[in-house]
Ligand binder design. Structure first.
Ligand code: MTE
Ligand code: MO
Length: 223
């Protein structure tokens, strides 16, 4: 939790369901079974189930959530397991990723996808979260399992994870939106909102879209 907002961010009340406009209607109140495919440049692919996560230490964390479009939800209480623990205790021994398989790609049930370098995912505050504000994660916010990477813009915190892939190169990822909207790291502190344009400029492109997008996403959940 920070007392000062990162550059260009504005705090809002609550925590709206949000994403790319195209994904608004791709919402289902049914939670798919927790079965996540782990594959890529690995010796053994496998499917991760909820049971696999039970031996890992549970982690509670409060963090702010920063969407690239400039809204921030302050002080959300997440719980789950650290991505690092999952990587070291499950992925490394079970899948044996090849040397250099550090390009991590996530895929979601709604077709959304995200990538981050493995190094960023091994940070202390990156969680595979199954609980929000003391409750089991709801379908609106990505049940059964989502990523939470608070140092990165929200588009890296993929909901409803279906697959996690470890690749030795970055040819396996196609951005879900226009290319300039997808920064490989998207670190909030450095205002890495996207490619080619400075972050401060993208604030003015994105900010006018926030209210409309929140309303659009709200409508699809109520219907
Ligand atoms: N599966 C999936 N994950 C996603 C998205 C999405 O549309 N689908 N949108 C991303 C974006 S842009 C944001 S800001 C956050 C919003 O998370 P929330 O809907 O839980 O508030 O989810 C991210 N993860
Ligand atoms: Mo976002």
């Amino acid at each position: 939790m920070s007392s000062e907002l990162p550059p260009g961010q504005i705090a809002i009340d609550g925590f709206p369901r949000f994403g790319l406009t195209d994904y608004a209607a791709r919402y289902s109140p049914d939670i798919p079974p927790m079965e996540i495919k782990i594959y890529g440049d690995v010796e053994n692919s496998f499917s991760l189930t909820a049971d696999d996560l039970v031996p890992l230490a549970r982690q509670d964390q409060r963090s702010d959530f920063h969407c690239v479009t400039t809204w921030t939800s302050l002080d959300l209480a997440w719980s789950g397991v650290r991505f690092r623990d999952f990587y070291e205790n499950i992925v490394a021994p079970k899948a044996s990723p090849k040397d250099g398989a550090t390009h991590v790609v996530f895929r979601s049930h709604d077709g959304f996808r995200a990538r981050l370098p493995l190094e960023d995912l091994l940070a202390d505050d990156v969680l595979l979260a199954d609980s929000l504000q003391g409750q089991p994660l709801c379908p609106v916010h990505g049940a059964p399992l989502r990523l939470i990477a608070p140092a990165h813009y929200g588009y890296k915190s993929i909901k409803q994870i279906k697959a996690i892939e470890f690749w030795t190169d970055n040819t396996h990822f196609r951005p879900p939106a226009l290319k300039f909207m997808d920064h490989p790291r998207a670190r909030v502190a450095f205002e890495e909102r996207g490619l080619w344009f400075p972050g401060w400029l993208l604030r003015y492109l994105y900010r006018p879209l926030v209210r409309k997008t929140i309303r659009l996403f709200e409508r699809t959940v109520k219907e």
